[in-house]
Design a protein around this ligand. Structure first.
Ligand code: FAD
Length: 430
């Protein structure tokens, strides 16, 4: 039940699953409402950055991501992953959700991984005012270059994180790269270096390296819960295609029997990652107090400020979350370890440009950036030590970092919420 015995000693267990479940029941409705607000629902991102690690990503993307909602098999590789803008106007996903996924006609084929880039003229005008307002600026993430031509606003509400069909070599290569190349590798007591970190050998590494792996694994678990929870059941002659919770898919991914016993630990890693993000939000409370959450709509901005305060008040009922003070303490190694940690994390943010499915890439980039922002807050120095925030401090957060942190936390919160539903479902789907 304990999921964050950071020191590896059971008596130092800092939180248990039931406590977090209880707190999340309170927090989930608040964070879910917060991310529907204009400040949070538009994410500025460059989805056109080339993959810096392997050149053939595009080919994989076409093979693996372009799943047609109603046709069997893959969509032919015609290059239309919609990176450069759609040639046909897509129906918004929320509209589709309300009606249930209907079978699109062949000339208006829906690609599940495709981004719906519809933004109203009114919103476009508002963005200009936002830029004029944002001039504020130790990052754990490589942020997209604000001035690069590929930057665009994406409405997250019409591009929900859900099943896209992205799988196979391309997806595995990204996850493999994260675990094999970017997570730290443990060494056994006999000096043998393992090729990859897993939940079975992770405890043979120092605290900081364990934290890194567990955050990656928690993020992975969260993504896979969402794709199981908002899964596309294909239609047949009798039934229309529809979205719903797929408990079989969830079981396949997390059951001890199908995951060599690792699934339950991956779920604990989700709880761990949740407490890291929550701790960052709580720690930065004095920062949120002075943040305007500017959108130009005074009523909306005040409502967002109030919701953030409600979120903080509810979070305070959590007896203990992640304790960042336990990390980077050893005077002999702390500095180098912190640099390595940062470097590895930045690399993961760059790998997100190799995700061969636009919608998965969008949410992958957002969530990695959100976790990077959490780390930036947690290891910022002494900015929040006395519970106040000095506006003249060199510590600043960009709009995109704030948006990604709260949305990433919202995803983790939603995963824990879905987990409760899956636990209560016996089998089959709804
Ligand atoms: P994968 O999930 O690909 O896992 C590969 C291997 O990693 C597993 O065999 C297992 O050994 C190990 N593993 C699995 N889970 C964990 C864990 N939590 N911790 C540690 N190790 C683990 N698909 C969608 O449908 N919608 C999305 O929005 C979406 N977003 C994605 C975002 C990113 C950044 C990536 C890389 C992929 C995304 N995918 C998405 C694809 C999805 O995550 C899976 O890769 C895909 O469904 C194939 O699953 P799989 O069963 O082959 O195992």
């Amino acid at each position: 039940r304990c999921f964050c015995k950071l020191s590896g000693k059971p008596e130092e267990c800092c939180c248990d699953v039931e406590t977090v479940d209880q707190i999340n029941k309170e927090i989930h409705p608040v964070i879910s409402e917060l991310v529907t607000k204009n400040f949070f629902k538009f994410f500025r991102v460059n989805l056109n950055r080339p993959c810096p690690f392997w050149p053939d990503d595009g080919a994989c993307a076409l093979k693996d991501c372009s799943v047609s909602a109603c046709k069997e098999g893959r969509r032919p590789g015609n290059g239309s992953l919609n990176r450069k803008g759609s040639t046909h106007k897509m129906q918004s996903n929320t509209e589709q959700d309300k009606k249930g996924e209907s079978c699109p006609s062949s000339d208006n084929e829906t690609i599940l991984g495709e981004i719906d880039s519809t933004i109203s003229d009114e919103d476009k005008q508002a963005f200009e005012a936002w830029h004029a307002h944002d001039d504020a600026e130790d990052n754990f993430c490589e942020l997209d270059d604000e001035s690069s031509s590929g930057m665009e606003y994406v409405d997250l509400l019409i591009n929900p994180e859900r099943f896209t069909g992205y799988a196979g070599f391309s997806a595995q290569r990204v996850w493999n790269n994260i675990y094999k190349e970017n997570c730290f590798k443990p060494t056994s007591p006999y000096g043998k270096r393992y090729g990859v970190v897993t939940s079975k050998n992770v405890d043979e590494m120092c605290l900081e390296k364990r934290v890194f792996y567990r955050m990656m694994s928690g993020l992975h678990a969260s993504i896979n819960i969402h794709l199981s929870a908002i899964y596309l059941f294909k239609g047949n002659g009798f039934m229309k295609p529809r979205w719903g919770e797929n408990v079989e898919e969830f079981r396949r991914r997390f059951d001890p029997e199908t995951t060599s016993g690792e699934g339950p630990t991956w779920l604990k890693n989700l709880y761990f990652t949740y407490t890291v993000a929550l701790r960052a939000i709580i720690k930065a409370a004095p920062f949120w107090e002075q943040e305007q959450f500017y959108t130009g709509d005074y009523g909306d901005d005040v409502e967002v400020q109030e919701l953030v305060q409600v979120l903080l008040a509810k979070s305070k009922t959590c007896p203990s979350t992640f304790d960042e003070k336990l990390m980077f303490r050893d005077p002999g190694s702390a500095k180098i370890l912190k640099e390595e940690f940062k470097l590895h994390f930045r690399n993961v943010s760059r790998i997100m440009d190799c995700v061969g499915c636009d919608k998965c890439r969008l949410w992958g980039k957002l969530q990695v950036q959100g976790l990077g922002t959490a780390l930036k807050i947690l290891f910022s120095g002494h900015e929040f030590d006395d519970g106040k925030f000095d506006k003249n401090s060199h510590f600043q957060l960009k709009r995109t970092e704030i948006v990604s942190l709260f949305n990433a936390f919202g995803r983790l919160s939603s995963s824990i919420n879905y987990l409760q539903k899956f636990k209560s479902m016996k089998h089959g789907h709804r």
